[in-house]
Write a protein that binds this ligand. Sequence first.
Ligand code: FMN
Length: 360
Amino acid sequence: MSFRALLERLPIPILQAPMAGASFDAMAVAVSEAGGLGSLAAAGVAPDELGPLIDQIRTRTDAPFGVNLLMARPASPEPAAVDAALARLAPWYAELGLAVPDHPNRFAQDFNAQLEALTRAAPPVASFSFSILTPAQVDALHAAGSYVVGTANTVAEALAWARVGADGICAQGFEAGGHHAYFLADIEASSVGTLALVATVLDAVDLPVIAAGGIMDGRGVAAALALGASAVQMGSAFLLADEAINGRTWQAAIRAAPADATRLTRAFSGRYARGLENRFVREMRSVQEDVPAYPVQNRLTQALRAAADKAGDPELMSLWAGQGVTLAKAGAAGEMVKLWWGEAQDAARLLSRRTGGETP
Ligand SMILES: Cc1cc2nc3c(=O)[nH]c(=O)nc-3n(C[C@H](O)[C@H](O)[C@H](O)COP(=O)(O)O)c2cc1C
């Protein structure tokens, strides 16, 4: 079966976005069991834990699911650069009564080891963001029995994924919450809205396209399918779900957020990501281009973010969320997916009436 056929045969063409720090196995299983496609956010999972975790998901659902990795470059920054970054963070740590952490031994999981473990475990779908696999790595995943999805912020990135043999493109628009996938151009050149991105990628690449960014309910699902997307990927819409693991402080900030409250920031992680604007985002804005690139800054702020979460202080946490986040609702992830699909069907009927395809 082709990946396009897998998407077309999903009872509900909604993929739950993998969300490191906000979703894990329970959400993935719930969404796949409901007829969508759940995804395990595995960026933080150690290589030797990946296989057992994937095996365990297989015991909980017979439906297809995805596993996602973030392609962090191996980082070995100069000690002086780490010192400078930590010095900049020292006042923020001090606010929480903490000394700055020591130089970490490691800045992220070893991506190549994670990829080997993932390939061995062969989940139905493997998806990637932040960079691009080699053709040999894609071939190995295919040989193992996994479909490969590459995340793209631009047409050029979608074409690059097509060239290495990916089976599908996750077209992630500028509206999206969390880290953006860009790897060929800078953030400004890579900031394309979902509507324009999905249509231009569809015209450029002969692969199924999964639309991501700003899709919060059935209206958005119907709109993306009307554009020609084979499925949608929704992240922020699940941030208040029962299975979400982002914690009370982050969820309270979402509930209290006014409209238009998200910004792109590089300050927390060294890679542009969208989240609710808070004091850290505002006050670090003038120096955000100077912080070390992902994953270094991400690792150096890890203890700060965790301590702020523990103290219930949303001003020093990375509150990743997309532009539509005020539409997020609470509930069981599986039920939400079914509800959105019903809404999408209603929206399609209205559209059909409006376009004269169906008499009222
Ligand atoms: C809290 C959060 C964490 C995310 N973590 C990941 C991740 O680990 N891997 C990934 O490929 N995308 C990640 N994303 C991006 C999503 O896959 C997706 O592109 C995005 O959520 C779509 O936009 P939306 O939030 O408007 O639905 C994350 C998004 C959010 C909101």
